[in-house]
Design a protein around this ligand. Structure first.
Ligand SMILES: N[C@H](Cc1ccc(I)cc1)C(=O)NO
Ligand SMILES: [Zn+2]
Ligand SMILES: [Zn+2]
Length: 291
């Protein structure tokens, strides 16, 4: 079972996460015409994220930022790795996808800001990274933060990456997916998706919310299909969870259009902040455990 035994290190960091920083990253990523997996802007968005994370990690010799090349399309995934101190063979993964799509068809000039889907997830994860770095946190396990390419066209980036980890016998002990974190469309704060995820790890994630964000309300729902990159990890036999912004029937109506913008999420990032806090506590609770 998952023991919450790192509260002294984690509790002081939770209040350091800032919605304003999340909003800035959402805005920056939305500015690309689109982030589609085959366009120039889609390639540039991947390079932008790599450069952003590289700059953030400057000075940390235990951190590398690489791009994962996929076959058949030019957009690369971005992987930041914080090498563990004394239990580095065990790996914790926090992920979101960096691509976007417009269902009318996405060409070089098609607008697909993808502010919620999924700049919000990248932004939540990036703010968690910033606070971990600011506190000079050194995990015992290895923590990987992954910006997946080509999620919108069949979870293709995460499929390659999860398969690579399986084929290389990497001991991934837990995966969290953050896809759409900032549209507050439902009564509860965080919805745990129960299909294509692991129920035991989901229970741990609920414990994290109850421990570190006790005022938040929790709902449960299911997609009925592999609705984001968590399904790629589950398919390889790893344990994954997907905390989501709304219930299934109240999802953001703007996604996959030119209107998936920060403004259409109420010009706020307070909802995404909940997921940044959850991502931080997930990465640090699991990342701080020895063998
Ligand atoms: N299919 C997912 C979006 C998606 C996922 C869950 C729910 I509820 C509604 C919508 C997608 O487009 N991910 O990028
Ligand atoms: Zn989508
Ligand atoms: Zn998505």
């Amino acid at each position: 079972s998952y023991v919450l035994d790192n509260q002294s290190a984690i509790t002081p960091l939770v209040p350091q996460l800032q919605a304003s920083n999340i909003a800035q990253t959402i805005t920056d990523m939305s500015a690309f015409t689109n982030r589609y997996y085959t366009t120039t802007a889609g390639v540039n968005a991947s390079d932008w994220l790599k450069n952003k994370w590289t700059t953030m990690a400057a000075g940390r010799s235990d951190i590398t930022v690489t791009q994962f090349t996929h076959s058949g399309y030019p957009q690369k995934s971005v992987i930041l790795t914080i090498n563990g101190t004394d239990n580095g063979s065990e790996v914790v993964v926090l992920g979101a996808h960096l691509d976007s799509i417009n269902t009318n068809g996405t060409t070089e000039t098609t607008r697909a800001p993808g502010a919620d889907d999924d700049a919000s997830g990248i932004a939540s994860m990036t703010e968690a990274l910033r606070v971990m770095l600011a506190s000079n946190y050194k995990p015992r396990r290895t923590i990987k933060m992954i910006g997946y390419a080509a999620e919108e066209v069949g979870l293709r980036g995460s499929q390659d990456i999860a398969t690579w980890h399986k084929n290389n016998n990497v001991n991934v002990v837990g995966v969290m997916q953050l896809d759409m974190t900032n549209y507050k469309g439902s009564p509860s704060d965080i919805y745990m998706y129960t299909d294509y995820t692991d129920s035991t790890q989901n229970d741990f994630v609920v414990k994290l919310i109850q421990t570190y964000q006790p005022t938040l309300t929790i709902g449960y729902d299911r997609c009925g299909y592999g609705c984001s990159d968590h399904a790629s990890w589950t398919a390889q036999g790893y344990w994954s969870s997907m905390p989501f912004e709304t219930s299934f029937n109240q999802d953001n109506p703007y996604i996959h259009t030119a209107n998936d913008t920060y403004a259409n999420m109420g010009n706020q990032a307070d909802h995404a902040l909940k997921f940044a806090r959850l991502g931080l506590t997930f990465a640090m609770e699991l990342g701080s455990d020895g063998a």
